[in-house]
Design a protein. Sequence first.
Length: 190
Amino acid sequence: MSEELPDSTTDRAIVGARERGEERTGIRSRAHANESCTMLVSGFMVPRDKVYSVAPTDPIRDIGNIMANKYVGCVVVLNGMEAVGIVTKTDMTRAFMEQRSLTSQAQDIMKKNLVTVESTMSRDEAAEVFERYGVHHAIVLQGGTGSGSGNFVGLISAWDVAREVVLDSKAWPWSRPTSAGQHGPFPRRE
């Protein structure tokens, strides 16, 4: 009995990944084969338990120590289990330029209008959010019925999105047009 050959680019991509022993979470299912095959935010976000966070009353000295020692560009400000703000390197630079005291609190410099994405958004939809709002970090929410509602489950950055683009271009080379107009190793179907 001969093995059935893949009949579409999406099928070839799935088979190729399995042959290389790659198992990636967040890939859209075959039911979405007519859509672009892309990673979901839930597949590459930094999960909540690995996100550095502070309380609203924590001094900015502590935030600076976290950023410098952990090599991160932001910390999430949590009030209990709810994300209420974010402090980025830019906010810390602004606090320095304003000559704020190192005992100033996170709530004094944090951004309160959080940019959020849903964990079920595609990588490309998340990239559109970054472009629309001109930010580099977004809070990931899950559940909820309206914009900005839901549970804080993680964080993504523009770098995370860029890394996924690079990984996709390496893992699925036929999804990028070549100079000859073909999509990678397979001839284009007309």
